[in-house]
Design a protein around this ligand. Sequence first.
Ligand code: NDP
Length: 314
Amino acid sequence: PAAPGTVLQVSPLLPALEKALAERHRTVRLHELPDPAAYLREEAGDVVAAVTSARFGVANSLMDALPRLGAIVHFGVGYETTDVAHARARGIDVSNTPDVLDDCVADLAVGGLIDVMRELSAADRYVRAGKWTAAPYPLTSRVSGKRVGILGLGRIGRAVARRLEGFGTDIAYCSRTPVADVPYRHVPTARELAAECDAVVVTVAGGPGTRGLVSAEVLDALGPRGFLVNVARGSVVDEPALVAAVREGRIAGAALDVFADEPNVPQGLLESDRVLLLPHVASGTHETRQAMADLVLDNVRRFLAEGVLVTPVP
Ligand code: NDP
């Protein structure tokens, strides 16, 4: 077990989680202190665990400033904002919140796919703008029975594929390693996946390994009748290439929950009726955020009591 110490909250978190952390542990909210540097100079030696969000992570300089830090606990499944190799080298364990958010993220991905193919949001705008009285809405693309590619068949990708089975879709996927226990076709590259599918749903991990994986070439392989859904990370898609492909009609449409520079969305996307733009809300339900908070609390409690995490990252 870790010797008693302080839990350092590095970023804003769900209010209920902040409250529970403060009630259960000696917790310091670093980002709310008037002089965080002074705190670190004087009391860094007390900190044994840090809690942060997937968005903020823990910087290497902060790890280096905390000599007794033994665990970094993330609220969220993506943890590319923390340098895990650096943490490991310092003997710091890292956890995230896998599994508990799969259903909601997959629900939203499928909802986004249906929205952009059937133009639900665009048709809603059409009605509100009073255009229905002038002309019926143009025809859209059928979803059922289409060929859908999953880019990154991990926990969330599989949850998306399971849902799409109900739509009679033909499912293929791309990941570096073929997955043993699934009935879907493995395709070796993102470009080939895009070339043979009507829609691609992006569910890969973020970070440097997947930066720009959905390139201009992949978008062109998807083609003018193809749709893109991204619920992974904005970094995975070459965003300027996507803006150009949407503007020039080189892809049919996109449903995007994540962007390269959140909360800033490129003007070229804001102006397009062919994209669904969501403010990074895929896991944002009461139920899932509470489950994520509970898993964060379990990780902190177990680390402080036994020196191990419940859901360490691989
Ligand atoms: P997993 O680790 O279970 O799955 C990630 C998958 O990506 C793995 O199957 C991996 O397979 C594959 N992958 C990694 N690199 C590549 C590559 N270069 N080419 C092809 N496939 C690759 O993660 P989760 O399913 O739990 O989460 C996926 C991501 O979703 C998270 O990392 C996070 O960024 C994002 N997310 C977004 C949310 C939102 O609010 N929009 C909410 C939750 C998660 P292999 O190693 O074999 O390549």
